[in-house]
Design a protein around this ligand. Structure first.
Ligand SMILES: NC(=O)c1ccc[n+]([C@@H]2O[C@H](COP(=O)([O-])OP(=O)(O)OC[C@H]3O[C@@H](n4cnc5c(N)ncnc54)[C@H](O)[C@@H]3O)[C@@H](O)[C@H]2O)c1
Length: 369
């Protein structure tokens, strides 16, 4: 383990458990440090991680024992932690969104380019077998030329289960910035980058009630729109109609459907790594499930970080900062379009990441499960 890649984790809340499950015990990676504003959280995490020290955030960012910072803080802190990591010459891979605002996100990528460090960003679920098998089917021509798509995310809101859901209802939260990255990243994999957007948005309630944990019953303010819809114009000419909502109860709509000249593809939940991809071709009388043909099998949070750490000059990181910046611009432009009542052209684009060949868990995980 002498030359294992050393990862320092900042932010030890709900999602950190899933990442640590993926990283701990994996050959070639070592979690050497953890930090959280709440020192009791970092102390508890370090106690369970042999070889990891609980540090302050500043100590972790400047530690010579950390090569890459894994940034699992809440959205409002994403840019600050990323910039701090880069300032100390470290790579940073973070949870989505890349930043709350576009200018902060641009500053992160510019600082990294100057410092010669790497930036990666979730979501990595889209590298799993669900979205990747769908992408392989589109690229194999199974629906003919794509014409249009729909993407639908409807939930009554995460305050039902998250013990401290405040961040979902402040800047950087809302259904689009929180869940949109899964859908928009998938759509870039499936249909390529976006050139312009038109949005509309609404807000059902001014307050939400926490449903679980020690603060159950507490009311929290809603500072962002909780229902955001819009149209994405892809560079390819394909149009996607998007709905993201914390204001509905349930839906039977496919998370994503891609309609082509000769078939329609039903894409599973992009917030999951797996799921059934279904195809209905012109002239068929029924849907049929496609065999899994691509993606990281049995994926789990953190596979995008492993993909980032193993990238080289032949293969760029798939969950890249560049893709996250483009997705963030599309999302913030949708919100701006909704507020201003006009269509907005984007200034960024992104390379479509390399497709993920079907990769068994033992291969990407480095250990038999
Ligand atoms: N909870 C989920 O199921 C889930 C799933 C996917 C992605 N995410 C994303 O992961 C991120 C974290 O979500 P979570 O649910 O774990 O949140 P959380 O509130 O449970 O945990 C965040 C942690 O970050 C710490 N933190 C905040 N600001 C900090 C700072 N400046 N320096 C150091 N520590 C700081 C907090 O003290 C907290 O312990 C968010 O971006 C969220 O969108 C969450």
């Amino acid at each position: 383990m002498g030359d294992a890649h050393r990862v320092g984790v900042v932010g030890l809340g709900v999602i950190s458990r899933a990442y640590l499950d993926t990283l701990v015990g994996r050959p070639g990676v070592r979690v050497t440090a953890v930090a959280d504003l709440d020192a009791s959280r970092s102390a508890a995490a370090a106690a369970e991680l042999p070889g990891a020290r609980a540090l302050t955030v500043e100590e972790l960012l400047s530690s010579p024992e950390v090569d890459t910072v894994l940034n699992l803080t809440t959205p409002a802190a994403h840019a600050e932690i990323a910039l701090g990591s880069i300032r100390h010459g470290k790579n940073v891979y973070g949870e989505k969104p890349l930043a709350v605002g576009l200018e902060d996100a641009r500053a992160v990528l510019e600082a990294a380019a100057k410092a010669g460090t790497g930036v990666g960003c979730a979501p990595d679920t889209v590298l799993g077998t669900g979205v990747q098998t769908a992408r392989a089917a589109v690229e194999a021509g199974s629906i003919g030329r794509p014409q249009f798509a729909s993407a639908v995310m409807v939930t009554p809101g995460h305050e039902r289960w998250h013990p401290h859901p405040d961040f979902y209802y402040t800047a950087g939260g809302g259904p689009l910035l929180d869940m949109g990255p899964y859908y928009l990243s998938s759509l870039v994999h499936l249909l390529g980058p976006v050139r312009a957007v038109t949005g509309a948005a609404g807000r059902l309630r001014a307050e939400r009630v926490i449903g679980s944990g020690p603060r159950a019953g507490e009311r929290i303010p809603v500072e962002v729109d909780s229902h955001v819809t819009g149209v994405l114009e892809h560079v390819s000419g394909t149009l996607t109609t998007l709905t993201t909502s914390f204001d509905g109860v349930a839906t039977t709509a496919a998370p994503i459907e891609v309609h082509g000249e000769s078939g329609t593809l039903s894409v599973p939940d992009p917030n999951r790594f797996d799921g059934e991809v279904r195809l209905h071709t012109l002239g068929d009388t029924r849907w049929r499930a496609l065999a899994t043909s691509a993606g990281y099998a049995d994926g789990a949070r953190g596979v995008g970080l492993l993909d980032f750490l193993t990238a080289d000059e032949r293969r760029a990181p798939r969950a890249s900062g560049e893709l996250a910046l483009h997705v963030l611009e599309a999302m913030t432009a949708l919100l701006r379009s909704a507020a201003e009542g006009r269509r907005i052209e984007l200034t960024t684009s992104a390379e479509v990441p390399a497709p993920v060949p079907l990769t068994a868990a033992a291969q990407w995980h480095g250990r038999p499960d």
